[in-house]
Each structure stands twice: as C-alpha cells, then as structure tokens.
Ligand binder design. Structure first.
Ligand code: 6PG
Length: 498
C-alpha cells in the first residue's frame, strides 16, 4: 500500500513525488490525463533512483484505494475552481479521517471554506503553502501548513523529511541534495503555522515580500548599471560580493548568476535581450489587497505590485518616453562608493519590506483568529523558499526575544542597521530622483520609515479638510479624548461633538 498519494502531476506534483520517493515514501500518483502519469513514470524509470516507490493509476478510485487508511492525499492542481472540482470528484472515494492536503497557491479564504466543508464530512483538510519552485519541491521546499493539530500530526513526520533543512548552528540552508540522496539532519523548514487558511495566508505574505525583494533588487541593478556605469560582469561581481554579507539570499545569488549569463543566441548578455514587461500570477496582489483591507500601511508591497503593472504597459511607456519631459541620466563620480550607497539602501529597504510583511501577518491573525509564532515563520523561511535570506536569522531572534514586538524596525539589530544605513539610503533615492529614475519600492520604503518614525505628520491638515467639507470632526492635541467640529465658513464657533 502507498503511504501517501499525490494528485496532479504538473511540475510541482512531479517534483514533490520524487522528493517523497527519495525519502522512502511509497507514493501513489494520479493525474487527470493518464498519459501524463505514464510519461512521467517512463522518464523516472530511466533517470530516477527511487522510481520504484512511485505507482501511477488511471482511475481516481484505484488511486485512492491504493493508499493506506486513514489516507493522506496531496493536491497539486491549479488553484481556484480546479481545486474545488478535484475535491468534489475525490469525495465519493474518501473515508472519515482521511486528510487532504492542498499544496497549490490557494487563496486563504478558499482554504478556510474548504476546511469547513470537509470537516462537516469528517475529513481533515490542510492548506499548505509551498515555496521554492521546481527545485524546492524536488530537493526541499519551505512548507507552511495550515490546519488542525490532528491533521498536522498525520503529516508532520513526512513534511519534516521532505522540507528544506538549515544548519541549526548557523541557520544557513544545507544544500547538496541529489536524486536518491536527500539531505539528512538539520532543522526542517516545515511547520504548522495556524488553523485552516493560515498556511496559505503565510504563503501569500511570503509572496508579497518576494515581490518587494525582487523589485528592490531590480531597482538597485538599474541604479548601478545606469548611474554607476557598471558592465554586466561587474554587476555580477557586485551581487556575488553582496551575497557574502548581510544581504546574502537566494534572490541576490540568482541575480549574480543571471547577470553573468551570455546570450545563447548571439553576442552580449541574455539580461539585455529580455523584454522589460513583468508578469504575475496574482499572489502579490492578494497580499496587497489584504494590506488595504486590513489597514496595514504596506506601501512598498503595493508599489512592487504597481511597478509590475506599469512595466507591463510597454507600448504606452514607449509613446510616453518620446513625449514627456525627462532629465539626462548622469554618471556618479565614484562608482565604487555609489555601489556601497546602493547596498545600504537595498538593505534598509529590505528591512522595511519584511517589516511590512510581518505587520500584515500581525493584522491577519487578529482578523482570522490565528496565533502566529513569528519567530517560527522566520525560521521556516530560512531554507527552501524564494525569499530565503541570511537576515531571517536576525528576524527569528528578534521575535524570539520579544514575541510581541510592535514592528521589526524597532528590533535592536535593525535599529542599528537603519541608523547606519539611512544617510546612504536617502542619498541613493535622491540621486535616483534627480536623474529621473523611478525607484518606487526603495522610495516607498523610505517614506514608510520616515513616516513611521515621525512623532508628528501633516494628518492634522487632512483632519481639518475633512471637517471643513464634511463635518467629520477632529481631535485636539490639548484636549485628548474629545471630538470637535469647527464652523469653518462662519469662522467663529468650535463645538464639542458628543
Ligand atoms: C514560490 C513562488 C511561487 C510563485 C512564483 C511566481 O514561493 O515558490 O512564490 O509560488 O508562483 O514566484 O509568482 P508570480 O508569477 O506572481 O511572480
């Protein structure tokens, strides 16, 4: 009998199945089109050492029957309607106590609904965020599970086995897994983060941070390239160097690799031939939507999503570039000094990106009744996922020391990094602006930082305007706890509003 079943053999399903098999799990496989299952198993026989642990089925009923009870069935199908349809088709074959684990990029509200519906039928449901793309699924992803403790206990050992691992001493990811040779030991990047939709929510925030991080790195690349005049090999060298320090992360590492890749179709570098129109599947927007809905000032997140939208309007931008006034882009006098400035700006802005992500988690746990362990979330993001980064160790320790920390900006390590880096960050944003270069995420993050640390903001004027045109009332600094309205047109009377 199989110990687990995987339903859906797209890229993620295939790779997760191989990961399970590598860890010794007998795995039943099912795909809507049987020829996909056949082709996958044929390839496995030729290339994969652990293929014997995989068994494919043509009929859904046979697939379900082949799994030992109570069953564990992983869904890796398209998020949305396809997931609902798959669950509906699966239901007649399931028995009470079976657990269904949705590893797609589902919206957390769908997961909350599905968990409730399945619970009514005495079935367990886990919505599990999975990050790390194809190679993560194959050799160790970061796994963010949401569901009941009972459901989690049924998959915990497997999840810990197949997840990415970090060195417990250094907190660095342990690499080196290969087909048939999984990484052993280390701290697994898998955890139950909360009930029902919590896992998918945490994954959505992960993706929101991913969007900001990517946008910030893209802005830094543009500033170094145009104002610093660095060539692609020089840029690759800079990012490789940055990857040795506090910015060390998967996204910085792949940026260095990308920038040094020659164009396979001709002279020059591939990066210079890639169209500057960013795509998106929508999870960054979900995170930004949620920030707006929950009243969290995640402006860098919103800007990162908007920047993708703006980039996709390539034709409009082309027209506008010929018609709208611009300034000539200059060159800085001291390129090495400039790259240091940009590095500080990137790090400071990155701190704000994570601060905004964790603020979002904080607001969401109130809204949905979850109780997040922020340190644990930071820990499972240290390996396997797209935003894995050395500084998540600092975030984990900050929350471990102070679980109710109001904002990551206030953690000691980040306070001092911001103290040291903010002059360079300001200089970087100012230089970009004066040279007509858009740095939406870097400048939004700076506005967030400056706004957050301001005792007073010009919101007094906004309150006055609201009171002027709509009698929306205001509070006075010298009379706390009471609301007032002023007769702005008559100019005489201020009344206390009860
Ligand atoms: C991950 C990623 C992944 C996501 C891609 C594409 O953690 O492995 O977040 O889940 O699908 O990054 O996202 P966009 O198409 O929206 O950029």
């Amino acid at each position: 009998m199989a110990e687990i079943g995987v339903l859906g053999l797209g890229v993620m399903g295939r790779n997760l199945s191989l990961n399970l098999a590598d860890h010794g799990y007998r795995t039943a496989l099912y795909n809507r089109h049987y020829h996909v299952t056949e082709a996958f198993l044929r390839r496995c026989r030729e290339q994969e050492p652990s293929w014997r642990r995989l068994q494919g089925f043509r009929e859904m009923e046979d697939f379900v029957d082949a799994i030992e009870r109570p069953r564990r069935i992983v869904l890796l199908v398209k998020a949305g309607e396809a997931t609902d349809l798959t669950i509906e088709n699966l239901l007649p074959f399931l028995d009470p106590g079976d657990v269904v684990i949705d590893c797609g990029n589902a919206h957390w509200l769908d997961t909350i609904r599905r968990e409730r519906e399945l619970r009514r039928r005495e079935l367990l449901f886990i919505g599990c965020g999975i990050s790390g793309g194809e190679s993560g699924a194959r050799f160790g992803p970061s796994l963010m599970a949401g569901g009941s403790r009972e459901a989690w206990e049924r998959i915990e050992a497997i999840w810990r086995d197949i997840a990415a691992k970090v060195d417990p001493e250094t907190g660095e990811p342990i690499e080196g897994a290969a087909p048939g040779r999984p990484v052993s030991g280390g701290e697994p990047c898998a955890a139950l983060v909360g009930e029902n939709g919590a896992g998918h929510y945490v994954k959505t925030v992960h993706n929101g941070i991913e969007y900001i991080d990517m946008q910030l790195i893209a802005e830094s690349y543009w500033l170094l390239k145009h104002l610093g005049g660095f060539s692609n090999p020089e840029l690759a060298e800079i990012y490789s160097r940055w990857n040795e320090g506090e910015l060390a992360s998967y996204l910085i590492a792949i940026t260095a690799r990308i920038l040094s890749q020659p164009d396979p179709r001709g002279d020059g570098y591939l990066i210079d031939r890639i169209l500057d129109r960013a795509g998106q599947k929508g999870t960054g927007k979900w995170a930004a939507d949620s920030a707006l809905a929950l009243g969290v000032p995640a402006n860098a997140l919103a800007e990162a999503v908007f920047a993708r939208y703006l980039s996709s309007r390539k034709d409009e931008r082309l027209q506008a570039s010929r018609r709208l006034a611009s300034v000539p882009v200059g060159r800085v006098d001291d390129p090495p000094g400039w790259s240091e400035q940009v590095r500080h700006a990137l790090y400071c802005a990155k701190i704000c990106a994570y601060a905004q992500g964790f603020q979002l988690l904080r607001a969401a746990q109130q809204e949905y009744g979850w109780r997040f362990d922020f340190a644990a979330i930071a820990r499972i993001w240290r390996g396997g996922c797209i935003i894995r980064a050395r500084f998540l160790n600092l975030i984990a320790s900050a929350y471990q020391r102070k679980p109710d920390l109001a904002n990551l900006l206030l953690a000691d390590d980040f306070q001092s990094a911001l103290h040291q880096g903010h002059p360079a960050w300001r200089q970087t944003v100012a230089t970009a602006v004066l040279n007509g270069m858009a740095v939406p995420a870097m400048s939004a993050a700076l506005a967030y930082y400056d706004g957050y640390r301001s005792e007073r903001l010009p919101a007094n004027l906004i309150q006055a305007q609201r009171d002027f045109f709509g009698a929306h009332t205001y509070e006075r600094t010298d009379q706390p706890g009471r609301r007032f309205h002023f007769d702005w047109v008559g100019g005489k009377r201020e009344t206390v509003v009860e």
